[in-house]
Design a protein around this ligand. Structure first.
Ligand SMILES: *[C@@H]1O[C@H](CO)[C@@H](O)[C@H](O)[C@H]1NC(C)=O
Ligand SMILES: *[C@@H]1O[C@H](CO)[C@@H](O)[C@H](O)[C@H]1NC(C)=O
Ligand SMILES: *[C@@H]1O[C@H](CO)[C@@H](O)[C@H](O)[C@H]1NC(C)=O
Ligand SMILES: *[C@@H]1O[C@H](CO)[C@@H](O)[C@H](O)[C@H]1NC(C)=O
Ligand SMILES: *[C@@H]1O[C@H](CO)[C@@H](O)[C@H](O)[C@H]1NC(C)=O
Ligand SMILES: *[C@@H]1O[C@H](CO)[C@@H](O)[C@H](O)[C@H]1NC(C)=O
Ligand SMILES: *[C@@H]1O[C@H](CO)[C@@H](O)[C@H](O)[C@H]1NC(C)=O
Ligand SMILES: *[C@@H]1O[C@H](CO)[C@@H](O)[C@H](O)[C@H]1NC(C)=O
Ligand SMILES: *[C@@H]1O[C@H](CO)[C@@H](O)[C@H](O)[C@H]1NC(C)=O
Ligand SMILES: *[C@@H]1O[C@H](CO)[C@@H](O)[C@H](O)[C@H]1NC(C)=O
Ligand SMILES: *[C@@H]1O[C@H](CO)[C@@H](O)[C@H](O)[C@H]1NC(C)=O
Ligand SMILES: *[C@@H]1O[C@H](CO)[C@@H](O)[C@H](O)[C@H]1NC(C)=O
Ligand SMILES: [Ca+2]
Length: 548
């Protein structure tokens, strides 16, 4: 089937630099895609719009879309905030758009993209932040490998959480029902379109999408055989409070506690001077931020000096953002921010503005009070949000035995320089699973593996070797080698039993594949960590070793 799309290569490479991941020559060990062509195509696509019947489902349209088509996406009203004006289809697909009622006051928009060259498998994608936005780029990415791929709008349109106001059913869609409904309906339409049952079912998502993946493993263990969950927003209510607490630490830009971006850059350099070498390589990357006990006191201005240094109030701000957030009675609400994120966070959490996800979540899902001020966040309110926990969005259940017992697999990854969800939360969840299931980590490895991706920001970007095939953005290595692609790695684990020991990431020069490779690094499986055993050659993956 790879040969059959070869004529499109020239066309596609001129259109679509990042989505070429599937276009490399197949080779061992990735040689087990089915090669039969299914009885599907343009006429089957128009037929399915008429014939598909499913409870609560209305088919809005079914369009046959040839590879390379630049699809214009709806941008009206709230959808404009999704900032996704178009999407190129990487392969020939039948694009089906559906309306699904989930209650008498809530509904989802669901898209199923059914490739003509089907690999026999089903894939669901997830969402991000508080949206409300179909991630078309992830759907396209899935179809580029031949998956029948679905994505939904999570129960509302746009990036705002205002739709949660006084409507617990819209919140329920966001917490779990949109993804699950998309899977149930998506599998049904895939089975009907191809006139054949899919072989295996997969999930790919990051951030809120990572939380959605764990929600499925916790509550709908039958839905998937393999779940790839990145930077998961688990512990969601506490995360939302933690995201809002930085404003109270930094104050507004005119406060004496505030640092400007140049001052955060100073902090960043100081962090590297204290912690970069812990992993034996001075490369601008802190492999394991948990080992960095950064002390900003070194930046305190000596008397009479106000350049390249911080005031006492600013030093306290820096210490506070990296400290765990404790609540009522000294309970932990959320772990501190990981080091390595400060250049990004100068413009996100540390910019002296309310964080919109926190404001929206508390206003519309927790208090149903649109006037609530984010300057009024307290630990008591955080405890209240945790107690309200609508539709158990917390996503913290540690007992995954139903998923494990049916043979399900989980690949969890988290960028160690994440500027939105501290990477320290992921080991906490992993340990929660180990404790809840009374399994030592070595046994967890039989179905659940967690990889720490050094120098990766939130789901993508950063100074590290962050391209691991986690989405189109991370797929610039044109290979089908599962070692370099976490989605294909999941398929290899589920279908061939090849469990990953490391995940290999690539850093391209200026994050642009055409400029060439900067370096490649193997990322370790938690609780192992990466150390450099040959510092002179730290850009060579062989110079690194995973140790306990
Ligand atoms: C798709 O169309 C949009 C709007 O017409 C254009 O800006 C964009 O560059 C096109 N993308 C590709 C890959 O052709
Ligand atoms: C259809 O919607 C109703 C609520 O309106 C719900 O109870 C039922 O489970 C839904 N059916 C499916 C297949 O989602
Ligand atoms: C919607 O369904 C609920 C029960 O799930 C019912 O109490 C309510 O009256 C219904 N509302 C409308 C407008 O039908
Ligand atoms: C879909 O749900 C929204 C509430 O989120 C509601 O306003 C809208 O009327 C619903 N659409 C339909 C067609 O029922
Ligand atoms: C979201 O937008 C789609 C496309 O315009 C529309 O069909 C759907 O009803 C909207 N959903 C809600 C909940 O408003
Ligand atoms: C500081 O800025 C905030 C808004 O950003 C404003 O409400 C406040 O009055 C300002 N304080 C002073 C002392 O200027
Ligand atoms: C001020 O202190 C900082 C931090 O100790 C130091 O880097 C800088 O050189 C000092 N500047 C002057 C003018 O002494
Ligand atoms: C804090 O401790 C007090 C006394 O034990 C208890 O009544 C209260 O519920 C606790 N609050 C929280 C949020 O844990
Ligand atoms: C903020 O808190 C103060 C003191 O508790 C209260 O008086 C005020 O109404 C609150 N403001 C908002 C907008 O929530
Ligand atoms: C969330 O915070 C509360 C305190 O407000 C704490 O009791 C609870 O354990 C936290 N949950 C998680 C998952 O961290
Ligand atoms: C891309 O993957 C191939 C196949 O595993 C590997 O040999 C090559 O080193 C990778 N290139 C980069 C830049 O990661
Ligand atoms: C990479 O980006 C930097 C900063 O924008 C620029 O100075 C440099 O020339 C770029 N390198 C290449 C090879 O394009
Ligand atoms: Ca280092």
């Amino acid at each position: 089937m790879w040969r059959s799309i070869a004529p499109l290569l020239t066309l596609l490479s001129s259109l679509l630099i990042p989505a070429q991941a599937h276009l490399g020559p197949p080779g061992p060990p990735w040689s087990y895609f089915p090669t039969n062509k299914y009885a599907a195509g343009a006429s089957a696509c128009s037929a399915i719009a008429q014939s598909f019947r499913y409870q609560n489902v209305t088919v809005n349209f079914a369009h046959y879309v040839p590879a390379g088509t630049n699809i214009s996406l709806e941008q009206t009203g709230a959808l404009a905030t999704c900032a996704r004006p178009f999407q190129v289809a990487p392969v020939d697909v039948c694009r089906v758009a559906m309306f699904v009622a989930t209650s008498n006051r809530s509904n989802i928009t669901l898209e199923a993209w059914l490739p003509t060259d089907w690999n026999g498998r089903f894939l669901s994608t997830g969402n991000g932040g508080l949206s409300g936005c179909i991630q078309y780029e992830d759907i396209a990415y899935g179809t580029s490998f031949g998956f029948a791929t679905v994505g939904a709008n999570n129960g509302h349109n746009g990036t705002s959480g205002a739709a949660f106001y006084m409507n617990a059913d819209v919140v329920a869609d966001f917490a779990y029902r949109s993804v699950h409904t998309g899977v149930v309906v998506g599998k049904a339409i895939s089975n009907q379109y191809y006139r054949q049952q899919y072989s295996k079912s997969y999930y790919l998502g990051c951030s809120t999408g990572g939380r959605q993946g764990f929600k499925e493993a916790q509550d709908f263990p039958e839905d998937f055989d393999g779940i790839v969950a990145g930077a998961p927003a688990v512990g969601f209510n506490n995360l939302s409070s933690w995201s809002g607490h930085f404003l109270l630490i930094t104050g507004t830009p005119n406060a004496s506690t505030f640092l400007n971006p140049a001052q955060w850059a100073l902090v960043h350099r100081d962090i590297l001077s204290q912690c970069d070498a812990i992993d034996n390589a001075v490369d601008g990357i802190v492999e394991d931020p948990l080992l960095c006990h950064y002390d900003p006191i070194t930046l305190l201005c000596p008397p009479g000096n106000t350049t390249n240094c911080l005031t006492s109030a600013q030093v306290q701000t820096v210490a506070a953002v990296f400290a765990p957030y404790y609540g009522v009675n000294g309970t932990l609400i959320f772990p501190g921010m990981n080091v390595g994120s400060e250049l990004s966070d100068a413009f996100i959490y540390y910019n002296g503005q309310p964080f919109p996800y926190t404001s929206d979540w508390i206003r519309y899902a927790i208090l149903n009070d649109p006037t609530w001020s984010p300057f009024n966040l307290t630990a008591q309110l955080a405890a209240y949000a945790h107690a309200v926990n609508p539709s158990d969005i917390e996503t913290w259940k540690g007992d995954l035995s139903a998923y494990k017992n049916k043979g399900g697999k989980i690949l969890h990854y988290h960028g160690q320089a994440d500027s939105i969800i501290t990477s320290s939360n992921s080991p906490r969840y992993y340990d929660n699973v180990a404790t809840s299931m009374s399994l030592p980590p070595a046994s967890l490895d039989s179905f659940y593996r967690f990889f720490r991706i050094s120098g990766m920001d939130h789901c993508a970007g950063g100074v590290g070797a962050w391209q691991i095939g986690q989405t189109t953005a991370g797929s610039a290595n044109t290979t089908l080698d599962p070692q370099h692609n976490i989605l294909l790695r999941m398929v290899d684990w589920v279908e061939n039993g090849n469990a990953p020991d490391t995940v290999t990431g690539t850093k391209f020069v200026n994050d642009t594949a055409s400029l060439g490779v900067s370096f490649v690094r193997n990322h370790c499986r938690y609780p192992l960590r990466n150390v450099c055993v040959d510092p002179a050659n730290y850009q060579n993956p062989a110079a690194w070793k995973c140790v306990l």
